[in-house]
Ligand binder design. Structure first.
Ligand code: PRP
Length: 192
């Protein structure tokens, strides 16, 4: 199968951004606050952070360096079963954890919560593995899009229902490396 390389040859990714929603300095300041909150909460306690790939990897990398207490990290990768799944909430596990979470203090780290189906499924699955505590941190929250109610312990930014990319978030697997959260210009996705 031929690989379509056109998306790799965009002249300047910044030109595809209609507006910067959260700039680099604002993200850094908030990540610092979130790291401090985790450090206070888990000082002297067991702590395991679980990053949900791929979107959360940039946030996770900055977050762990803003946390001042010892902790472990692990990763999971999920994908929904096609477009119909947001109604059923069925999520596929592409990569599972490499360690047991039984008896552990777990914090799930997400880049964004949209409908809530991914986390709803994931939290149920993780709860069945008997962690001591299970909490959720997300960098971005789109409350207007929520279809299923889930407990969220820490939110970086509540944002409006815009198509955002950057700082880990993608469109068609690109734009994850933009250092800010930007609103993708509709001309990009309407042209494809
Ligand atoms: C995003 C995000 C969450 C999920 C949130 O992942 O990282 O896991 O969508 O959406 P929901 O609340 O409607 O379930 P995505 O499927 O885009 O994969 P990626 O992180 O690999 O880009």
């Amino acid at each position: 199968m031929a690989i379509d390389i056109s998306k790799f040859s965009r002249p300047d990714m910044h030109n595809d951004i209609a507006a910067v929603l959260v700039n680099e300095a604002t993200i850094a300041a908030r990540v610092h606050e979130l790291g401090a909150a985790i450090s206070r909460e888990y000082a002297g306690k067991d702590l395991l952070l679980i990053s949900v790939l791929k979107g959360s990897v940039v946030f996770m990398a900055d977050l762990v360096r803003a946390i001042t207490v010892p902790h472990e990290i692990d990763f999971m990768a999920t994908s929904s079963y096609g477009s119909g799944t947001s109604s059923t909430g069925v999520v596929r596990i592409l990569k599972d954890l490499s360690i047991s979470i039984e008896g552990r203090n777990v914090v799930v780290v997400e880049d964004i919560i949209d409908s809530g189906h991914t986390l709803h499924y994931l939290l149920r699955l993780l709860r069945d593995r008997n962690p001591a505590t299970l909490r959720v941190m997300t960098l971005l929250d789109k409350p207007d899009r929520r279809e299923v109610d889930i407990p969220v312990d820490w939110v970086g930014f509540s944002i409006p229902n815009e198509f955002v990319v950057g700082y880990g978030l993608d469109y068609n697997e690109i734009y994850r490396n933009l250092p800010y959260i930007g609103v993708l210009s509709p001309s990009v996705y309407s042209a494809e």
